[in-house]
Ligand binder design. Sequence first.
Ligand code: URP
Ligand code: ZN
Ligand code: ZN
Length: 471
Amino acid sequence: MTKLIKNGTIVTATDIYEADLLIQDGKIAVIGRNLDESGTEVIDATGCYVFPGGIDPHTHLDMPFGGTVTKDDFESGTIAAAFGGTTTIIDFCLTNKGEPLKKAIETWHNKATGKAVIDYGFHLMISEITDEVLAELPKVIEEEGITSFKVFMAYKNVFQADDGTLYRTLVAAKELGALVMVHAENGDVIDYLTKKALEDGHTDPIYHALTRPPELEGEATGRACQLTELADSQLYVVHVSCAQAVEKIAEARNKGLNVWGETCPQYLVLDQSYLEKPNFEGAKYVWSPPLREKWHQEVLWNALKNGQLQTLGSDQCSFDFKGQKELGRGDFTKIPNGGPIIEDRVSILFSEGVKKGRITLNQFVDIVSTRIAKLFGLFPKKGTIAVGADADLVIFDPTVERVISAETHHMAVDYNPFEGMKVTGEPVSVLCRGEFVVRDKQFVGKPGYGQYVKRAKYGALMADQDVVKMS
Ligand code: URP
Ligand code: ZN
Ligand code: ZN
């Protein structure tokens, strides 16, 4: 049966208007005023915004890391995402050196198949560039529709790749039409600083932040930008946390480079002092890059407002406090890095950004959905409200006031880093390809409903004004 969403205010990255939406075969079929209700299921969106489903470009579900595995898998993680207004995620597929990329991708498909309740795609981690890897990359793009590669510049002896690998990945991405993503922190210097801190007897969670200073994020970001310029390629810097990194991204963009930046809700509203919470509770806030001194928050908000940063990812990488974060009692380097953020990403940006006048409503939609769809080859199937687009929709009540808490969240972990935070606005109902996943704040979705999405090459679906053309 067709569905008709009536009386809502439609918000896209460019427009705000009142109209009804007719949904047919999972797609938006008609947008108009006073559409005929006969033969349709009518959904009343009075008083609500209707915006395109959020796209989370940065998740780590069911991922082995830090001597354990992230607690949220593709079922609990995507359920929580849907409650938060997200209808598509792009998860990071890890690879192992010497192993075919195909095998790693199969492993990730097996994690997601039958579990995801919303749509999903994968980015592919590049840990080495060998003849075998180079031979496989075209197939990764053409057959799997994986058009973004991730290189870690940190986590020495775990994920870290060297600069030669980053440069060669940038060159390959340019040739093949992919976007290179970097975790930009100087892993070698961090390795030295953490060893020294432990030698000096510093074992508490706060030393996680003190051994990863913002200068090392700025340095790595600048280095990645320079290599991008040399390769004449394209770069997306994930989880930007500090002024030093924003400065390097802005500098690169001002030069005309195709460099993009993502920040995360945690960096916008939490600060380094959280790592000093007593009774080892600071471990709940250990992720990389670390939380920064409070003054960085204003720089990040301004960067979102003026377009120096363009997207918001969650960097969902959840561990229980009990039994998982606790692995690092007595040694901060053993605290698994990451936090549960997927559910609150959209609401925090709305409440702290739109409601507090830091960004506009259209910018909000662009930052949590549309821009991400454009950068990662999903637009206009996803990331907008237009005839022919997937009916991935959020019916959002902008007035409701609530308090974020682990007692009410849907992630599988035993704490929420935003515990006690008051937010305004909440997704009431969420549809993915025209089917309700959340209806009137109740889960009505089905594990396995979520489909794998193959993505277009970098730049293929972007409007001219979105891409900086190099001469
Ligand atoms: O601490 C974090 N961010 N964990 C997830 C892995 C990564 O670096 O993105
Ligand atoms: Zn990272
Ligand atoms: Zn991450």
